[in-house]
Design a protein around this ligand. Structure first.
Ligand code: SF4
Ligand code: SF3
Length: 505
């Protein structure tokens, strides 16, 4: 018996499982509470208990990597689920630790649901109706809770999870556009000005909008971090002159970069690394994110403690120069240039389109994605999204005609834009998605990427390259079936993979 067992993310210990303490910093106690919470949600679903949508989404999101490290909040969610009829009794070990194909499919489904729930939480925050998404989550949790489970019944649920994730990403895209306008290309400065500042991290544009309203006229500047970068592409967020630019680089660098910056940090979603003492007192969390020693801003979203902290700290004495980031190529922007892309493909000026996107992580093997992007020939377009792009989004990759070669579609949930763009191009060329001159190279780390991968599979997308390593929770039998049905494969070397992709029709 081990202290804990978690293999839900790409950095799991020795590529197998974290068994004493998480590589992410999660303790065994926290991991076991997260399993208990998962079990009580599953039992609630099996019994058809009346669990409110908000609790369902928030509890699932609390178990995603780099979100909740706070045992007391996990305990109170377990009690809340119990009060609604969620009991103990699910044998988490038999599924999450199992090596069989049914356990692997159930685990993949559960992790996909965690990703869906994360996006569902952002939709809820923006006032969207998520009841259809919640209905599928309840059905899928009940299927996970049933004893055994035929492979033939579980696989269709994985694809349905992919379709549900597409639906929730679409809902989020529409909510963002309705509230904050249509995103457009924008160059975001990486310079941090002198004076007090707040850095807003994570995916929640609704939280950022509230922070901008509350900090207006206080003399505090606001910068985005990580997945919040595309915020400045939205007219209703960009209009705030104190939303100045973007702080730092990739999320795995946060402990080093935040320790050296005299500002206040607000985490609205993953990825939070356990804050070091050097800067822990200036970290604030909100929404699903929690850390025991940091101040949590509750659902009333009063960000005045964050603003006060920034004013007390005073910020840098002098401006800290940094390079620029180009972002904001959502589906509306890219499709408005569709004629140029189509013309380029027809004339041969654009040989191929690559989607190199997904999560970032701390392992050295992730230089694969930078190396690949550097090697992709100058007559190919590169679409990107999510936080893995920080490994190459400041490279000068030039243009094809008037189009920048690297187009940043936005956050991981903007995988919806990628699907929409690919669908529109397939319509124009009158072909299937797999017949487009398009190659997908996906970097995964946490469970939103699992949900997005299931979306791509549910659309019948083949030949996806997945890296930097394959998930530990996928059994050999499930892997064989994915390879047979979808020709999915693991990344090898940038050179070999590029040769193979350029050789595809
Ligand atoms: Fe390990 Fe990842 Fe689980 Fe953290 S989330 S305990 S790093 S597998
Ligand atoms: Fe990144 Fe955490 Fe996955 Fe939104 S912020 S993609 S890793």
């Amino acid at each position: 018996m081990t202290d804990m067992f978690c293999r839900q993310c790409e950095q799991t210990a020795a590529g197998k499982a974290c068994t004493t303490r998480g590589v992410c910093g999660k303790s065994a106690e926290t991991a076991n509470l997260q399993d208990e919470l998962t079990g009580s949600l599953i039992m609630a679903a099996v019994k058809g208990a009346d669990l409110p949508d908000r609790l369902l989404f928030e509890a699932l999101y609390a178990t995603l990597t780099n979100v909740n490290f706070d045992d007391s909040s996990l305990r109170s969610m377990i009690s809340e689920v119990a009060n609604c009829g969620g009991t103990a009794g699910w044998a988490a070990d038999s599924v999450l630790r199992g090596d069989g194909d049914a356990e692997s499919l159930k685990t993949t489904l559960l992790l996909g649901l965690r990703g869906v729930a994360a996006y569902g939480c952002h939709c809820l925050g923006l006032g969207e109706d998520v009841s259809a998404i919640a209905a599928f989550i309840r059905k899928a949790l009940a299927a996970i809770g049933e004893k055994g489970g035929a492979l033939g019944d579980l696989f269709p649920l994985l694809l349905e999870c992919g379709q549900t994730n597409l639906a929730v990403m679409k809902l989020l895209d529409e909510a963002h556009t309705a509230k904050f306008g249509v995103p457009g290309p924008v160059s975001v400065s990486g310079t941090i000005d002198a004076g007090p500042f707040i850095v807003a991290s994570g995916h929640d544009l609704g939280d950022l909008a509230l922070l901008l309203e509350q900090s207006k006229g206080t003399g505090v500047s606001v910068y985005t971090h990580g997945e919040m970068l595309p915020a400045r592409a939205y007219p209703e967020l960009k209009k705030h002159s104190h939303l100045k630019g973007h702080f730092g680089t990739a999320w795995p660098e946060q402990q080093r970069e935040m320790a050296n910056a005299p500002g206040a940090f607000l985490f609205t979603s993953n990825c939070l690394m356990p804050p070091k003492d050097a800067y822990g007192d200036r970290v604030f969390t909100t929404g699903a994110v929690r850390f025991p020693k940091t101040v949590h801003i509750g659902p009333e979203k009063d960000f005045s403690p964050v603003i006060r902290k920034a004013l007390d700290l005073g910020g840098f004495g002098e401006s800290q120069p940094g390079g620029d980031f180009l972002t904001g190529f959502g589906h509306a922007a890219v499709l408005s240039a569709a004629d140029k892309v189509v013309e380029g493909v027809k004339s041969g000026a654009i040989r191929r389109i690559f989607l190199v996107g997904g999560c970032d992580g701390a392992r050295a093997g992730r230089s694969y994605f930078t190396d690949l992007v550097r090697l992709i020939p100058g007559d190919c377009l590169i679409l990107t999204l999510a936080c893995g792009k920080f490994r190459f989004n400041r490279l000068d990759l030039g243009k094809i005609g008037e189009l920048p070669r690297l187009l940043d579609l936005g956050q991981c949930n903007d995988a919806y834009s990628a699907v929409k763009i690919a669908g529109a191009l397939a319509g124009i060329f009158e072909c299937g998605l797999n017949d487009l001159p398009l190659s997908l190279v996906i970097s995964w780390y946490e469970q939103k990427a699992v949900a997005i991968l299931l979306t791509l599979l549910s659309l019948g997308v083949k030949n996806i390259l997945l890296g930097p390593t394959l998930p530990a929770f996928v059994s050999p039998g499930v892997l064989n079936s994915l390879v047979a049905q979808y020709s999915i494969r693991a990344t090898t070397t940038p050179e070999e993979d590029l040769k193979m992709m350029l050789g595809q029709k």
